[in-house]
Unconditional design. Sequence first.
Length: 217
Amino acid sequence: MRDTYHNELDEITSQLVEMTRLVTSAMQRTSTALLDADLALAETVIEGDQIIDAVYHDIEKRSFELLAQQQPVASDLRIIVTSLRMVADLERAGDLALNLAKLARRRYPESAIPIELRPAILEMAQVAERIITKAGAVIATRDVEQARELESDDDVMDQLHRQLFTVMLADNWSHGVEAAVDIALAGRFFERFADHAVAVARRVIYLVTGEAVIVAE
């Protein structure tokens, strides 16, 4: 019975890693769809969000069943509770990739990104992909030092986010209010995506060390 119990705990961790893979793939595709006005690719992200949600609900179900049936304590309880919070962060990250895909679809056949902001948005996409991939590795390995590295990656994202507003608020902005709203939304989606990856890393730090961490919801 205890072997089955710990196998279930291991399976939850594996599913969390798989969820980061799904969210990373969604971000890769949605970024391309946004920059290239690729409607077909945007639709794959929108449809694929159901798969991310299904994994989310399965992890929740497994976790609640373990809480009810095994009444875990100490480190096992911490694993389950932390997993429930991590899966919520990953589901929200998936929703942010979904929002970007919907933005790409809404502006099709045009790109929502003006040419002068394409390099910044491309870099934000690359940072987002890198940070969520690291989050998956941190879940799998419980590497506290690597978890702490995500804070620096998030600083890069925050800087890029501020850069968008510098361009939009400049006197020579010529793309109008609608484009500015699109860019502001896209920047916010990327920035929050990275925040959720950092939240996952912070939760792993807590899981391993018991160190209290502040996670912005």
